[in-house]
Design a binder for this molecule. Structure first.
Ligand code: ARG
Length: 599
């Protein structure tokens, strides 16, 4: 397909010297494979775009394709066989270091910062968004040839640790919540409600509840944070212990989600000894101004941001923004990136506007490199989720519930299935993760169990089902057909398929349903590019649904293993099955979803 695109671009460039050639994808494969909209060229040349497209259709010729003028569009429509060769060729030649859609020689360095939970809190359904959007962005960037660094700006420093220290020292030793004594720390607790982290979380919630009626407690919490920043031994000891038990718990969840980071050691606390030099740089640049009660602020009115950026509180302690500034400066030094993406909720839009504006003032190098990709918050039907108030939906509860619902269906419909538990986990996860991706990134999501764990319609399990159905056809076909669609052990960002040979003759794929499937498969690289450009997994999720749906049409209308098929037709149709299975598996994998062989 790339070669044909290139030829088309060259012919257009030759016919239209000096005109910018940008190709699009037509709405359906019946219209064609590539479209050249003639509006801009028409304007530039002072010609009616409809007339221009007709002239071009008459004057350009490309072997294996037809050029069709459709109003102001010039469409390139491949013949059935050329389309099959181009699409199947691209998918089947993909190799571990060259996945389908890969663009060589990009080499740009991108930092994707995602997940970034606060320690001593539990993972909620809200954290799934940052984690899985970020994971899909990291995966897809890497599959497209970017050099990717995956960072987690763990919330392991800040005033909330004052709260936690105050709560812990107040109550934890009262016999009923002696965390250090009650738990065997080496063993992960079987019941998640009894994990040490959950107990810490309860203390945190209790503190916030009681603090409402006792404002003095607020000072107590502040005092503890000051002690922590000042290096007080007891505060440090407890803090690092809180951190350790949190990390253990997070790691368990990341393992379950199949998500990993280059390091978990670059959380907020990592920047502690870089805060003074950062403040010094701000001072030297003449940006610091005295704010209320001795606080230090940076005015941003001149760049259209009316709220100043607070970088130091009156009591001399650092804040969230200070640590983000230090982190950005560090990342420039350590990685020298081209882009740094922050996958963080819409509630922090102002924060990142401020941070980026300060960085621009400090060092023009940052201009245009920093990008906040906000996502909509998950709400409950009754309102906002709040860890402080304790009304949250825990991520693990959602994943467990999804797995159980799937298991019940498997028990009913396919009780003989091998690896039932494993498949139920993959499908449950597929439902939850895919649901998230199908939502517009920035709109808020209202959580209800039935929406988030939907198994019918445009869901992960629907796509997973298409894949499993193909695998079953390939197994039935015998020979090495199934093996051609099976990857080696998954390492790196994509499913490592070995290149497979294309059948010599691709006949038997002329039916509109086969052509429609080829057209949707050809849309996957563009969907991957759209993920990177729009910083969301939605285009990929949608394209996978389109592929799965058109596979269903193909399967119904083009018998694959029918005895009357000639061997040539059978091989061509099986090759299309292999390519579809590979493409679905790769796409799901980029989103962090596994594709079972059978379900
Ligand atoms: N820990 C923060 C929170 O839970 C998110 C951190 C986002 N990243 C950043 N560089 N500020 O709200």
């Amino acid at each position: 397909m790339d070669a044909l695109r290139h030829t088309f671009e060259q012919r257009l460039a030759a016919a239209l010297p000096g005109v910018d050639i940008t190709l699009e994808r037509p709405k359906s494969g019946e219209l064609g494979d590539l479209a050249f909209p003639c509006f801009r060229a028409g304007k530039q040349l002072g010609k009616n775009p409809v007339q221009l497209s007709q002239e071009l259709a008459a004057s350009i010729a490309i072997e294996g394709a037809q050029l069709v003028a459709a109003g102001p569009y010039l469409n390139l429509k491949l013949t059935a066989e050329t389309r099959a060769k181009a699409v199947l060729g691209a998918i089947l030649e993909a190799a571990p270091e060259r996945p389908y859609g890969f663009r060589p020689a990009n080499g740009k360095k991108v930092i994707v910062e995602y997940s970034s939970p606060n320690i001593a809190k539990l993972f909620t359904i809200g954290h799934l968004r940052s984690t899985m959007i970020g994971h899909a962005l990291a995966q897809t960037h890497q599959a497209l040839g970017y050099d990717v660094i995956r960072l987690n700006h763990l919330g392991d420093w800040g005033t909330q640790f004052g709260t936690l220290l105050a709560a812990y020292t107040r109550w934890a030793q009262d016999g009923n919540a002696d965390l250090e004594r009650d738990f065997d720390w080496a063993e992960p607790a079987p019941d998640k409600r009894r994990t040490p982290l959950f107990r810490l979380f309860q203390l945190y919630v209790r503190f916030h509840a009681e603090e409402e009626n006792d404002p003095a407690m607020r000072d107590e919490a502040r005092g503890w944070f000051k002690r922590l920043e000042a290096g007080d031994a007891e505060a440090r000891r407890l803090w690092s212990w809180f951190r350790e038990i949190s990390l253990k718990e997070f790691q368990r969840i990341y393992d379950r989600l199949g998500v990993s980071f280059d390091t978990l050691a670059q959380g907020e606390a990592f920047y502690e000894d870089r805060l003074v030099p950062t403040m010094q740089r701000l001072e030297d640049a003449g940006l610091l101004v005295e704010g209320d009660k001795g606080a230090r602020i940076i005015n941003l009115e001149d760049v259209g941001i009316s709220t100043p950026c607070l970088v130091q509180k009156g009591d001399g302690t650092s804040i969230y923004a200070t640590r983000d500034l230090a982190a950005a400066l560090y990342r420039k030094e350590a990685y020298g990136f081209d882009r740094c993406l922050y996958v963080v909720g819409t509630d922090q839009v102002l924060h990142f506007q401020q941070i980026f504006a300060v960085l621009d003032k400090l060092d023009p190098w940052f201009k245009g490199r920093m990008l906040h990709t906000p996502f909509g918050m998950v709400k409950l039907p009754e309102g906002k989720m709040s860890t402080r108030k304790g009304n949250v939906i825990f991520l693990e509860d959602v994943l467990d519930e999804a797995r159980e619902r799937v298991a019940a269906i498997i028990d009913e419909k396919n009780p003989e299935l091998a690896d039932k538990a494993e498949v139920a986990e993959m499908l449950g996860m597929g439902a939850v993760v895919f649901f998230d991706a199908m939502n517009d990134r920035v709109k808020p999501i209202t959580f209800t169990w039935d929406r988030v764990i939907a198994l019918d319609g445009d869901t992960g399990p629907y796509v997973q089902y298409a894949h499993a159905r193909i695998m079953s056809v390939l197994r039935k076909a015998g020979g090495d057909w199934a093996a051609k669609a099976q990857p080696g052990a998954c390492v790196g960002p994509v499913v490592p398929f070995e290149p497979a040979a294309l059948p010599a003759d691709l006949v038997g794929l002329e039916a509109p349903e086969a052509q429609a499937l080829l057209f949707e498969l050809a849309g996957l690289p563009g969907a991957m590019t759209a993920v990177v450009e729009g910083c969301m997994a939605t285009p990929l999720a949608r394209q996978l649904v389109a592929v799965a749906r058109s596979f269903s049409g193909y399967y119904t209308n083009c018998p694959i293993l029918a005895p009357e098929n000639t061997p040539t037709v059978r091989d061509a149709r099986l090759a299309l099955c292999v390519a579809t299975a590979r493409a679905l598996r790769q796409g799901l994998f980029l989103m962090g979803i596994q594709a079972p062989e059978e379900m």
